[in-house]
Design a protein around this ligand. Structure first.
Ligand SMILES: O=C(O)CCC(=O)C(=O)O
Ligand SMILES: [Fe+2]
Length: 373
């Protein structure tokens, strides 16, 4: 173990606590009766949260606690098994990123910079004859499952419930932005929406810029609905300052992703966040609510000015996910380097949606890689 100064919190890890800087808490209760008034009420508060901090909690969201407890238990069960068991479903056996993501898949800077996490990744169930599955490297296709009785059913039930919640939130945000909800819904009929069952790996390394739970990043989809099982998450608020986002019982953390920032011409903020290296085991499960691979994302018609188009040039939702992910997983970087994964899009060094934090009583944060890993 490190003693003394090595364990002191580095300046760029400092964050405001929830007492210093409240994150909005949005009550989704009014959506429960399916009424138009409910959508109007929730749209106003979701919109206010999306336009300011981009990060907020949602309560009364309608996802039963048993499903949340079930998915967390399933994650602990899977991650508690032997490496040999887990590697039977290594994500590197797939070209659509399904299954177990071991610790070593880490970002491209591994092992100098380490993301102390491993994960199980699944997504929207697409048929094996789907053209995007047959084409490969399009994050689309059938899921794989570990041989644990009842596991698939538990995890699928959670996915379906949170995905349905995502659709209701999409309707509210469509209303808030003044666009037809069917226009947005039509783009998520077979989406690249992944659910990650993350385990943060215990270790005796210090909290530092190079040793993180997950490096600073924004999420690449419309928004993310996240359940966390412990402290460590820090999110950037409207003033570009880090704020701690500890779990609140019964609430999900939601953050706006890159797609909504582009759709809204920058009115909604895709917000940076990270998980510090806690050194202790931590479980979380984000569902990234995305679009069909080929959905073209650009400012929605109302926001499509020349300036907005210059800032947010059109991109395919799936290409953005892939271009950000290639550097995040070693098996993908290897396939890319070997010419097995040949993108027909550019792979930038950093996410164009990246924002830098303002320091809290210390130095500015150094560059971080685009990370999902
Ligand atoms: O574990 C968490 O709290 C956040 C995870 C995250 O940001 C991600 O997987 O993109
Ligand atoms: Fe994230």
């Amino acid at each position: 173990m490190h003693d003394g100064p090595a364990d002191a919190l580095p300046a760029d890890h400092r964050a405001l606590t929830l007492e210093d800087a409240q994150l909005p808490v949005v009550d989704l209760g009014p959506l429960a009766d399916g009424s138009a008034e409910g959508i109007v009420t929730v749209a106003a508060s979701l919109g206010a949260a999306a336009r300011t901090s981009g990060f907020f909690y949602i309560v009364n969201h309608g996802v039963p606690q048993e499903l949340v407890d079930g998915v967390m238990a399933a994650s602990k069960d899977f991650h508690g098994r032997s490496r040999r068991f887990k590697m039977r479903n290594w994500c590197g056996f797939s070209t659509h990123h399904r299954g177990y993501v071991p610790f070593e898949e880490n970002g491209s800077k591994f092992p100098k910079r380490i993301n102390f996490n491993e994960a199980w990744d699944m997504g929207f169930e697409a048929p094996a004859d789907h053209p995007d599955f047959l084409a490969g490297w399009r994050m689309t296709g059938p899921n794989v499952w570990p041989e644990i009785p009842g596991w698939k059913e538990t995890v699928s039930a959670y996915y379906e419930a949170v995905f349905a919640l995502g659709l209701r939130m999409l309707d509210c945000l469509a209303f808030e932005l003044g666009v037809d909800r069917d226009e947005l819904r039509a783009q998520c009929t077979c989406p690249t929406s992944q659910l990650r069952l993350l385990r943060y790996v215990p270790n005796d390394m210090p909290k530092s810029t190079d040793y993180v739970g997950i490096d600073s990043h924004s999420d690449f989809e419309c928004f993310t609905i996240l359940h966390t099982g412990g402290p460590g998450l820090q999110v950037m608020n409207a003033d570009d300052q880090w704020v701690e986002a500890p779990p609140i019982p019964g609430a999900f953390v939601v953050n706006i992703g890159d797609i909504f920032e582009a759709w809204s011409g920058g009115r909604y903020k895709s917000t940076q966040h990270r998980v510090l290296n806690q050194g202790t085991e931590r479980f979380s499960c984000p569902l990234f609510f995305g679009l069909n691979y080929h959905a073209v994302v650009q400012p929605l018609e109302t926001f499509r000015t020349a300036e907005a188009l210059e800032r947010y040039p059109p991109f395919k939702a799936g290409d953005h996910l892939m271009r950000m992910t290639i550097g995040g997983f070693r098996y993908m970087s290897d396939a890319h380097a070997k010419g097995e994964l040949v993108p027909d899009f550019e792979v930038p060094e950093a996410n164009p949606f990246k924002r830098e934090a303002k320091p809290i009583g210390g130095e500015a944060a150094p560059e971080a890689a685009p990370a999902r890993g």
